[in-house]
Write a protein that binds this ligand. Sequence first.
Ligand SMILES: [Zn+2]
Ligand SMILES: [Zn+2]
Ligand SMILES: [Zn+2]
Length: 220
Amino acid sequence: MASCNSCSAPLAPNTQYCHYCGVRNDVDLRGKHDYRVVTRESTRICPECNVNLQTIALDMQPPLQIERCVSCFGLFFDPGEVETLLETAVSPVFSINQELLGNINKDRYQKDKPVKYLECPECLNMMNRVVFGHRSGVVIDQCRAHGVWLDGGEISHLLEWKRAGGQILDQKNKAELQQKKRRPSESRAEIDMLMQNYGKPSAESDLLETVASLIFKVFE
Ligand SMILES: [Zn+2]
Ligand SMILES: [Zn+2]
Ligand SMILES: [Zn+2]
């Protein structure tokens, strides 16, 4: 279990506030990912603290440049960079640990936390709140053009979610949804009905042709 940088008291999973001394801890990077500071003050602004974010390069191949707030330890990722980090930092996962996923979700999800919309560090437009993946429990703030903002602790949480197989579950769900969209059940019922009305075609090729033309009709 991680402990407070200031008083050494134990920290609850992926939380940055120490309940004993009130100090905020960098739970995402300290002791977990090496990085170097590229720009001390970038032009991007922390949506929580209103100070300039620092640009850092995470020590990985290829190096990933992200922005970091030195005050609240929130992180800003360009579009696709969270996915890259998950891909690079977690070795391939082949199974889903449902129990662990349930706990991860429970740990993170705070019902009483007030909903707050944040401004994009780059364009200052209000960001959208988006659930990152199935059962991750992490709601990220997203600007479609510039990227996503993660509060302190959230990237660590997503890495755990991926290790527990959360991303596999997510991809499975998306694939199932796509398939449902491609073959709507009502249309299939309609095809069956039409087939019955048409009666039995004489040869197999006729049957295929009839079915093909019917499918076209249904989807027109
Ligand atoms: Zn402390
Ligand atoms: Zn901040
Ligand atoms: Zn933006």
